[in-house]
Design a protein around this ligand. Structure first.
Ligand code: CP
Length: 317
């Protein structure tokens, strides 16, 4: 695992687009070791003692924020969580001033989520501390994609040559974009499926197939990756009704019969049960949605270790 530290040179993690295959593989290998720590009765190692991490979320989050905070605590880093609703942001303080103020208190790494694409990149260019993008607008959600590929690697033992069907609201999805980059770099074959209004134009240029026919997407798929319908980002009706959306693009028991026998169903959460996925499928044995959540902690521990571990006085685990 120490080899990963010498390989990882980045101050920031903004997107999967700029990562090499080797960097993604280092994160996966490091996450394997971190997962072992999570299985111990006492999930705590001193690796990042003395380092301080700040989560700064301008959009709601359950999984990403809490798993980063747990990951930091398990590695003995100190954490500060800024709730923008009760911070001086409400008095008009700018985002950059907010971050620089916190940096002046000794923060080593910021975890930033924002509704505007490009915010984590902008902040990263203006501070010395590291930045991890925890989801920016419709751009990228790199740690989600890393935990997704780690989950599939754990379950299938390989990533090369798999058929990955990403289904749903591709247009508004930073998760889809990060996943497309990740799967392509790792040699998997990606097919996107959703209503034409939820597929961005020219997305084929990212080396993916596109179909509007769910049966075609699912046929022989190794992974069905279901996306949340992001109603909060949709300003006009992009499909007739939720009922019709489920009829044509919802993943249910009947639909998945066309996939491979050992297909896995994934979802980044939060789910709209009965809309993009039925409860029967979400809670079935082929669903790895809970494993994705667990692996989110391991992958975020791996990233914190890779980005801050080399600067710590402590030996790695
Ligand atoms: N998948 C994901 O980013 O979930 P949260 O919005 O709960 O962080």
């Amino acid at each position: 695992m120490e080899g990963g530290l010498s390989m990882w040179k980045r101050k920031d993690l903004i997107g999967i687009e700029e990562l090499s295959r080797e960097e993604i593989e280092v994160v996966i290998e490091t996450a394997v070791s971190m997962k072992d720590i999570l299985k111990r009765p006492i999930k705590k190692v001193p690796t990042l003692r003395g380092r301080t991490i700040c989560t700064l979320f301008y959009e709601p989050s359950t999984r990403t924020r809490s798993s980063f905070e747990l990951a930091a605590k398990y590695l003995s880093a100190d954490t500060v969580s800024i709730a923008t609703a009760t911070s001086s942001v409400q008095k008009g303080e700018s985002l950059l001033d907010t971050v620089k103020t916190l940096e002046a208190m000794g923060i080593d790494l910021f975890i930033i989520r924002h509704s505007a694409s490009g915010v984590p990149s902008f902040i990263a260019k203006n501070i010395k501390a590291g930045v991890i993008n925890a989801g920016d607008g419709m751009h990228e959600h790199p740690t989600q994609a890393l935990l997704d590929v780690f989950t599939v690697y754990e379950k299938k033992g390989k990533l090369e040559g798999l058929k990955i069907a990403i289904v749903g609201d591709i247009f508004h999805s930073r998760v889809a974009r990060s996943n497309i980059y990740a799967w392509n770099k790792l040699g998997s074959n990606v097919i996107l499926c959703g209503p034409p209004t939820l597929i961005p134009p020219y997305i084929e240029n990212l080396n993916v197939k596109v179909t509007y026919d769910l049966n075609e997407a699912i046929e022989d798929a190794d992974i069905i990756y279901v996306l949340r319908l992001q109603l909060e980002r949709q300003k006009r009706g992009l499909f007739p009704t939720l009922r019709e959306y489920h009829m044509f693009y919802g993943i249910n028991q009947e639909r998945i019969k066309k996939a491979k026998k050992d297909v896995l169903v994934m979802h980044p959460g939060p789910m709209n049960r009965g809309v993009e996925i039925s409860s029967e499928v979400a809670d079935s044995l082929i669903s790895v949605i809970n494993e994705q959540v667990t692996n989110g902690v391991a992958v975020r521990m791996a990233l914190l270790y890779l980005m801050l571990g080399g600067k710590s006085d402590e030996n790695p685990v």
